[in-house]
Design a binder for this molecule. Structure first.
Ligand code: BGP
Length: 486
C-alpha cells in the first residue's frame, strides 16, 4: 500500500469563500466583502467611495485613491457576502463530508469574525463559539480539522488604516489573533497552516510593475514570515502536539525551450516563485539568492535583529502546498502566452487546458512532490488540488462530472508514484469538495465540488446541496485508501 494507513483524505475550503454571514455574529468586513464578482476575462473589482462621495472601482493591483474609503455599493453584487452559507449549513455539509469518509477537513478562520477590526483587545465570543461548534461537529465524525489561520483575509479596517501587510504593526495584531486561535481551539485542532499561498504576493506581480510595488511586496512577505514564525513558536508552546505548516502556491515551472537561457530563467523562476518562501519558513533564514531577487527591484528591507531570531526559532513542522497546474516560462518573445492562478507563462503544446485556461498536468504534481521533499525532508501535504469546471444538472437532478473524476484519478495516481519514490506524504485535501465562490473570479459557475450547491452568479438559488457522480467515486477512493481509482 503506497499511502500510509492513517493517510488524511479530505477537502479544503476558505472562510470567505464558503461561510457567508458576512455581517452576522459580530463579524467585521474583510476586503472580499467589497469585491464584486468577475469572469475569466473581466477582473473582480474592489469598490469604494471617494473623498467627494462618488462611487469608484479599483482592481487588486491598484491603490485606493487618497481620501477614499472601501464601501459596499448598492448596485453591485458581492458573491462572498453569502458564500455558500456554510455559516448556517455547516452541520449538513459536514454530514456529507462524513458520508464520503473524510478524515480531514481544511477550513480557515475569518480574522474579522474573531477580531472585527483587528484592533480589539478581546476576541468576539460569538465568533469563537461558531468555530468551536464547527470543530466539535467535525470531531463527532472523527474528521480532523486542518486550519488555515490566514486565507487572504485581513480585516478591512487594517487594510484601510494601516495599509495592510507592508506595515509592521500587522505582525503583532496577527500574533494576537493566532494566539487566540491556538488557545481557544486547543484540544479541538492540531493541524494548522499560518498563511495561505504566501508566495502569491510576489507571483501576482507582473515583472514590469514599478520598484515601489516590489518594495512593498517583499516587505509584506517579510512581515508575514516573521508573523508566521512567531505564531509557530507560540503554537508549540500552547500545545506541543500542534503540527504547523507553511502553505505555498505550488506551480511546477518548466523551461519552454532547450535554450540554456530558458533553463537558467526557469531555475530563477523556481527561486523567486517557489523556493524563496519555502526556504525562509522551513530553514529559518533568507537563502543566498534572496539578495539577487531584492537587487532586481532595488528592494531594501526593514529587517530587525529580533526578526532574524524569530525566523530561526519558528521553522514550520511541515510543508503544505496547493497544486493545480504547471507553467512553462521562456526568455523568447514569440511564444504563445498562457496564465492561470494569477501566474503568467507560455502555452505548453503537450498539455490540455481547462475552460479557465489552467493547464492540466498530473505529472507536474509528481515532479513537485519529489523536488520539494528532497529539498526539505519534512512531511508534505497536498492541501489544494482540483478542477474548476462547468457542471450540468440533468432533469433528474444528477450531475455526471466524469471530467472531474478523470482529473483527480490522474493526480492521485501521480501522488502514488511520488510516495513509492520515497516522499513522506500525509494528506490530500481536494480544493472545494463542495462548490464555493471562486477566489480569482468570484464566480459560482466555476465549480470544484463533489457536492453541488444551487447558487448562481446572479445571486439566485436555493443553496440546496446535492451529490455529483464524483461524490460516490471519491468515497470509494477513500474507502480503499487510494487503491481503487476506477
Ligand atoms: C487558490 C486559493 C483558493 C482557491 C483556489 C482556486 O489560489 O488558495 O482560495 O480559490 O486557488 O482558485 P479559483 O477560486 O480562482 O479557481
Amino acid at each position: 500500500m503506497p499511502f500510509k494507513k492513517d493517510f488524511l483524505w479530505g477537502g479544503a475550503t476558505a472562510a470567505n469563500q464558503i461561510e457567508g454571514g458576512w455581517n452576522l455574529g459580530g463579524r467585521g468586513p474583510a476586503l472580499t466583502d467589497v469585491t464584486t464578482g468577475g469572469t475569466v476575462s473581466e477582473p473582480r473589482k474592489i469598490t469604494y467611495i471617494d473623498k467627494d462621495g462618488n462611487p469608484g472601482f479599483i482592481t487588486r493591483l491598484q491603490k485606493l485613491p487618497e481620501g477614499a474609503h472601501y464601501a459596499v455599493l448598492d448596485d453591485c453584487l458581492y458573491p462572498n457576502h453569502d458564500g455558500i452559507d456554510f455559516y448556517h449549513h455547516y452541520k449538513e455539509d459536514i454530514a456529507l463530508f462524513a458520508e464520503m469518509g473524510f478524515k480531514v477537513f481544511r477550513m480557515s478562520i475569518s480574522w474579522s469574525r474573531l477580531y472585527p477590526t483587528g484592533m480589539e483587545e478581546e476576541p468576539n465570543q460569538e465568533g469563537i463559539e461558531f468555530y468551536r461548534n464547527v470543530f466539535r461537529e467535525l470531531r463527532k465524525y472523527n474528521i480532523e480539522p486542518l486550519v488555515t489561520i490566514w486565507h487572504f483575509d485581513t480585516p478591512l479596517y487594517l487594510e484601510e488604516t494601516l495599509g495592510n501587510w507592508k506595515n509592521r504593526e500587522l505582525i503583532d495584531l496577527f500574533v494576537k489573533f493566532a494566539r487566540t486561535c491556538f488557545t481557544e481551539f486547543r484540544g479541538l485542532v492540531k493541524y494548522w497552516l499560518t498563511f495561505n499561498e504566501i508566495n502569491n504576493t510576489i507571483n501576482f506581480l507582473p515583472d514590469n510593475m514599478p520598484d515601489e510595488a516590489f518594495q512593498e511586496a517583499y516587505q509584506h512577505l517579510h512581515n508575514q514570515f516573521v508573523a508566521s514564525a512567531r505564531a509557530v513558536k507560540i503554537g508549540h508552546e500552547i500545545d506541543p502536539e500542534n503540527m504547523i505548516g507553511c502553505m505555498i502556491c505550488g506551480i511546477t515551472y518548466y523551461p519552454h525551450t532547450e535554450d540554456p537561457k530558458d533553463i537558467l530563467f526557469n531555475r530563477y523562476k523556481w527561486e523567486k516563485g517557489i523556493f524563496y518562501c519555502g526556504d525562509v519558513q522551513c530553514f529559518g533564514y533568507y537563502p543566498t539568492y534572496a539578495q539577487k531577487l531584492w537587487n532586481e527591484h532595488n528592494v531594501k528591507l526593514d529587517i530587525t535583529e529580533q526578526d532574524l531570531i524569530d525566523l530561526k526559532e519558528g521553522c514550520v513542522d511541515m510543508y503544505t502546498f496547493s497544486y493545480y497546474m504547471s507553467m512553462s516560462v521562456t526568455t523568447h518573445k514569440d511564444a504563445a502566452s498562457a496564465s492561470g492562478n494569477m501566474v503568467r507563462g507560455t502555452k505548453n503544446e503537450y498539455l490540455q487546458y481547462s475552460d479557465w485556461g489552467w493547464a492540466y498536468d498530473p505529472d507536474g504534481l509528481q515532479y513537485y512532490l519529489e523536488m520539494i521533499y528532497h529539498r526539505y525532508e519534512r512531511p508534505l501535504m497536498v492541501v489544494e488540488n482540483g478542477l474548476g469546471a462547468f457542471d450540468t444538472v440533468e432533469a433528474d437532478g444528477s450531475i455526471h462530472d466524469e471530467y472531474r473524476i478523470d482529473y483527480f484519478r490522474k493526480h492521485i495516481a501521480s501522488m502514488k508514484k511520488a510516495v513509492e519514490n520515497g516522499v513522506d506524504l500525509w494528506a490530500y485535501t481536494t480544493w472545494g469538495p463542495i462548490d464555493l465562490v471562486s477566489a480569482g473570479t468570484g464566480e459560482m459557475r466555476k465549480r470544484y465540488g463533489f457536492i453541488y450547491v444551487d447558487k448562481h452568479d446572479d445571486g439566485t438559488g436555493t443553496m440546496a446541496r446535492s451529490r455529483k457522480d464524483s461524490f460516490f467515486w471519491y468515497k470509494k477512493v477513500i474507502e480503499s485508501n487510494g487503491e481503487d481509482l476506477d
